[in-house]
Each structure stands twice: as C-alpha cells, then as structure tokens.
Design a protein around this ligand. Structure first.
Ligand code: AMP
Ligand code: MG
Length: 330
C-alpha cells in the first residue's frame, strides 16, 4: 500500500465518499433539472460537490476549488435543496442546508492568475449517470498550467473490461496519483490500492470515445484511427472514465473531436484524467498535438479537441488528424 501525502489522500477520500452519494442516489428515481445551458444536473451532482469540498477542505484548508456546480439553483428551490442535503448525508451525516450550500459555493471559486487550484467535476457524464451507465467523480490539483494530483472515481466501470462486450460496466474503480510517483488503483468505495502498470505494444488498437454524438465527432474519430491500418475495437463510454481506460492500458486512445468549432473544453472535464493518464506514461494534447493549457480556468481556450493516447500511437494519430484536416478549427 502506498503512503499517500495529505492532499492526495484527501482527494482519494473525497471522490470515494462522493461515489457513495452518487450510488445511493442512483439506487432510486434520480431527480434532475435543466441548467441555464439546458444540460441536465441532478441532486447527486450538487451533493457530490458538497461532499468533495467538505472532505478536501478539512485536510487542505486553503484549497481553491474550481467546481462545475454552484448553489444558486438550490437557494430558489427548497425541495431540490432538501434532496441534495439528504443525499449529502450519505457520506456527511451532520450536513445541514447551510453547510451544504456553503460547501457547494466554496467549490465554485476562481483562483487569482497563476495560483494553484483544484478543479472538480462532481459528476462528469451526467447523461451517462441518468442512463445508469458510465460517469465519474473527477478531482485534480492544477499547478501552473498542468494537473498534478488526480483522483478519478468511476463507480460503474469494470475493473477488467471485456472489449467485446457492449459496455464497460462493472463494479467500479478509483484511480489516484500524487504530485509525483505512480498511479494507484483501488475498488470504488474503500480497500487497498495497487500500482497501475502498462503493457508495452498494443496489437489491436482499442479506442474510446463519447457515447453522445453531440459531444464528439465519433464518425471522424473512427476514420482517423482506421488510417493506422491496425485492427480497432471501440469502447463508447461517458465521462472521464475514458481517461481511466487509457490510463490503465485498457484502451490505447481517447479522441474528442468537437462537433462545433466554437466549443471550448472546461478544466473540470479533463484535469483529473489528464493527471492520471500522463502519469502512467500516456500522452495528452489537443488535436494538433499541442499541450493542454490549464492555466486560465475554466476554459482550455488555447486548445482545440483532445487526444490522449499510448506514446507509441500519439504521434501517428496527430499526423492522421492533420491529414484529415481535423487538427484545428474548421
Ligand atoms: P462525454 O465525454 O461525452 O461523457 O462528455 C461529458 C461532458 O461533455 C460533460 O461534462 C459536458 O461538460 C461536456 N459537453 C456538453 N456539451 C458538449 C458539446 N456540445 N460538445 C462537447 N462536450 C460537451
Ligand atoms: Mg463534465
């Protein structure tokens, strides 16, 4: 078992506790509402943000957390708020309305320029969560322009994924890395961690991409990989669970090709996954092969799309993306 430092251990505890909240909510009918951008948000998104912030800031008092959710919607909807508080109590028994609202808002800060910060997507892949498929609780610390500590809980991801099966569903895993050292993997809610070690050369290329066609040009993703001329298997998967697949060597590449040129990715949708995949030796960049710049949250404004791949494949995929004219905004 590794000796994790205080912030890394707190990040691990935080995403594990939030996973318990998400699982409890998922066991019943899931209350969801539409945000101003029409994307869905559930009581579990809010409760998970509250629990992560509560656990993280208990150990790292000065943490600035750039989270996806804010408490604004809850202050004007008592029923929704009561549901969130009840869900948070699964992992934070003494939580009450004011503490939960305060924790959620503490998780919606923006750091001063250049300062280190934490970024949280309490439920990445809310649409997958609503389908009872893949979703992830994603927490990372960003130092400078780079995610360093990463904690990624995937409550429905199989520890051993059968790439021939229709879905990668299973009993859940958590991945964590500190600011240095290897990536560790464990069961979702508790238990020991084991080091993640990656195989050398893939014979079949396993790729992973979004389930939702509005999130990524899946047809183009497949066209790029086909150009490598190696047999391909695809694992459609919601959320940063895709990074979990690549970071463990289960998949060899995750490509995200925007469906609209104006699309800017957000830090919370990538930071934890990038920290972990980078640490197991994978390469992460935008579609032109340029490093992702996390230095000005919440947007990855200087990057277009995402490519996370095995180091033996990354340069080839950058080349094929360029050949198809997909590296930059159309
Ligand atoms: P996925 O990797 O397909 O599960 O994507 C989940 C993430 O997609 C969510 O966290 C959203 O922030 C993000 N998202 C929402 N709308 C879009 C869009 N039109 N294009 C790309 N990503 C999106
Ligand atoms: Mg998200």
């Amino acid at each position: 078992m590794p000796e994790l430092d205080i912030p890394t251990a707190a990040a691990l505890r935080a995403v594990r506790d939030a996973s318990r909240v998400c699982r409890a909510v998922s066991a019943g009918a899931i209350t969801s509402v539409a945000k101003s951008d029409q994307s869905p948000v559930t009581i579990a998104d809010f409760a998970a943000q509250a629990v992560v912030v509560h656990v993280l800031t208990a150990a790292v008092h000065d943490a600035v957390v750039v989270g996806e959710e804010s408490a604004e919607l809850l202050r004007s909807d008592d029923e929704l708020c009561a549901g969130v508080v009840a869900a948070a109590r699964v992992a934070w028994p003494e939580a009450d309305r004011e503490a939960v609202l305060a924790a959620i808002d503490t998780g919606a800060r923006r750091p001063p320029p250049g300062a280190s910060y934490w970024t949280l997507d309490p439920i990445d892949g809310t649409k997958g969560f609503l389908r009872r498929e893949q979703y992830a609780v994603c927490l990372a610390r960003v130092d400078g322009d780079t995610p360093t500590i990463g904690a990624l809980a995937c409550p429905n991801l199989a520890p051993v994924v059968d790439v021939h099966a229709a879905s990668p569903a299973g009993s859940g895993i958590v991945l964590v890395c500190g600011a240095s050292g290897p990536v560790w993997r464990g069961a979702i809610e508790d238990g020991p961690l084991a080091q993640v070690v990656i195989d050398e050369q893939p014979g079949v290329i396993v790729i992973t991409h979004s389930v939702e066609p509005e999130h990524s040009r899946i047809d183009r993703v497949r066209a790029v990989v086909e150009r490598l001329g190696t047999p391909m298997l695809a694992i459609p998967c919601d959320s940063q669970a895709k990074y979990a697949l690549v970071a463990q060597g289960i998949a060899h590449a995750y490509l995200r090709i925007p469906t609209r040129p104006e699309r800017v990715e957000t830090v919370w949708d990538h930071a934890a996954g990038v920290a972990l995949a980078t640490r197991t030796g994978m390469r992460v960049s935008d579609l032109a092969g340029e490093p992702l710049d996390f230095s000005i949250p919440p947007g990855l404004a200087s990057n277009y799309g995402i490519l996370c791949a095995h180091p033996r494949l990354h340069a080839d995929l950058v080349r094929e993306l360029a050949a198809l004219g997909l590296s930059t905004k159309p």
